[in-house]
Design a protein around this ligand. Structure first.
Ligand code: 3NM
Ligand code: MG
Length: 523
């Protein structure tokens, strides 16, 4: 039978995880998953897995006698479910009980005793280790550590989805299986699989310790994992391939998308800095959407029920911000409602750099929006060795900016908007440069932040093409700015602000009536 790595259980015999329960009982529950007792049902379920598909017996403390005895009991159980049993580190124990294979670290290589058809898994935390493991004949790699985890604190390095994706990409020619391990739970399993996927190779499964072994109901936990890994996350990007004259084709659709946004009347939940909150709320009202300002993460469970988006703007970060953001992001991600991240001042302080890493590993952003420095920080926060962009000059040229936006979007599998005199928006495939706007926008605080909120409105209204949604928002915004600046009574940033709100309102009113003339020849 081919090796099915999709839900890989790693056991743990420590009291904190077992909580007085019998190891074999927990493992059997996890093997059952949603299976109902009874031979016929069991036979059927061998075809459609509803529980764990591999068991690794991992026990770093007990002596050999206990290991062999326990492994034997586990093997009797796993055989009932036709699931392979692998033994962590101990080839001798695997041979003694006739287990299907072993899982080894980089250093404990002694495969001579194993039968030829034994399954061999090897841990890999970087590309060099992955290549070595493949050369050593691994059938699959345990790739990690995905996220820092209390279950194993002495791991080599936390590589996240970006690091995992880089490894998968580089070994895409090898016919080796891959599972990700470390800190994976029901809340992040879909995202782990989705964001680790390189265009050439994806994960074959996820390896779990505590989220199954320590669960009150290991059976229900395993079943839930199976459901999650079978389906893409609700926020998954619909793949688009670039067409000839892409920008022209997209621009033609913009007035229609603006009309749609006005009709949908989205709600945007802003977790935004206090400097710009008032201005951003007024911009949101002017375009015909509804703002709510709430820095309180627990409110997100209610707010995400509406047809709306979440904006995270970390301009006035506090000691409580990150935990509040993470709660809100989780609620919106689960629901599939858009989340926009504006990593304001991302590189400015150690605290902010850490926050970028925590947030990017803690949830999915449909859009990351920032200036060059912020986007570079978002790109470099993964801990992965960088190509190009961070070794180049401090100011990127047009080509490099476009490439940075595209590479970050491709890696995160989302949309990236890099703002400046020219804005670059990309979904990893397509990159569009927008030259609209006016220098007054740079003279008024909050004009950049408002783009994040507006993007949330458009992402809510038009979900099938996130790039087009964001592009439509920027164009509405920047054309309004041009119209405002052209008014003869506008003499500087002060008089620009009310004129700008008016012009947003004028466009929104026209769009609401189906009048697209505001757009003709402007982009
Ligand atoms: N190996 P949990 S992380 C056994 O990075 C193990 O190689 C790791 O536990 C690695 O699912 C880990 O409870 C523990 O986070 C994973
Ligand atoms: Mg080991």
């Amino acid at each position: 039978m081919p090796l099915d790595l999709s839900l890989y259980l790693v056991t743990d015999s420590t009291p904190a995880i077992l909580k007085g329960r019998d190891l074999c009982w927990v493992v059997e529950e996890a093997l059952k998953g949603g299976k109902t007792a009874g031979i016929d049902i069991l036979a059927l379920c061998l075809l459609i897995s509803v529980g764990v598909t591999v068991v690794q017996y991992r026990d770093k403390t007990n002596d050999t006698g206990v290991l062999v005895e326990t492994a034997r009991k586990l093997h009797q159980i796993t055989q009932k479910y036709n699931v392979p049993l692998l033994i962590n580190d101990r080839v001798d124990v695997a041979v003694a009980v006739g287990a299907e294979g072993v899982h080894l670290g980089q250093d404990d290589m002694s495969l001579k005793l194993l039968p030829a058809n034994a399954i061999v898994g090897i841990s890999a935390s970087c590309l060099e280790e992955a290549k070595k493991a493949i050369a050593d004949g691994a059938d699959y790699l345990g790739v990690g550590t995905m996220f820092a985890t209390p279950t194993k604190t002495n791991t080599k390095s936390v590589i996240g989805t970006a690091g995992t994706q880089a490894i998968l990409d580089a070994i895409s020619d090898a016919s080796v299986g891959t599972v990700s391990i470390g800190g994976i739970n029901h809340g992040n399993a879909q995202r782990v699989i989705y964001q680790s996927q390189s265009p050439k190779k994806g994960l074959d499964g996820v390896a779990i310790v505590s989220a199954i072994m320590a669960a009150d109901d290991p059976k229900a936990s395993a079943e839930k994992f199976i459901q999650l890994i079978k389906t893409p996350p609700p926020f998954a990007l619909t793949p688009k391939t670039a067409r000839a004259n892409e920008a022209d084709a997209l621009v033609q659709e913009v007035p229609h998308i603006v009309r749609k946004m006005v009709e949908v009347h989205p709600l945007v939940h802003n977790m935004i800095n206090f400097v710009v909150a008032n201005f951003v709320a007024n911009v949101t009202l002017s375009i015909g959407a509804s703002p709510i300002m709430s820095p309180y993460g627990d409110e997100a469970t209610d707010l995400c029920q509406f047809d709306g988006a979440l904006l995270i703007n970390m301009g006035t970060l506090t000691s409580e911000s990150v935990s509040n953001y993470l709660k809100a992001i989780k609620a919106y991600n689960e629901r599939g409602n858009p989340v926009v991240y504006d990593p304001v001042g991302a590189g400015a302080t150690h605290i902010r750099r850490t926050a970028v890493t925590q947030l990017m590993s803690g949830g999915y952003f449909d859009l990351i929006k920032g200036n060059e420095g912020e986007i570079r920080q978002a790109w470099g926060s993964s801990g992965v060795r960088q190509r190009g962009v961070d070794s180049g000059p401090s100011t990127l040229d047009k080509q490099q900016k476009a490439a940075l936006a595209r590479d970050l979007a491709r890696r995160e599998r989302n949309v990236v908007l890099l703002t400046g005199a020219t804005d670059y928006v990309s979904d990893g495939e397509r990159v569009i440069a927008v030259d609209n706007g006016h220098p007054y926008l740079g003279q008024v605080t909050g004009t950049g932040c408002a783009i994040g909120t507006i993007s949330g409105c458009f992402l809510t209204a038009h979900r099938s093409d996130k790039l087009l949604a964001v592009l439509s928002g920027i164009l509405m915004y920047e054309i309004a700015a041009e119209n405002a600046a052209a008014k003869e009574y506008v003499r500087g940033p002060g008089s620009f602000v009310p004129a700008f709100l008016d012009e947003l309102y004028v466009i929104r009113t026209a769009a609401g009536k189906g009048d697209d003339s505001w757009f003709a020849g402007r982009a």
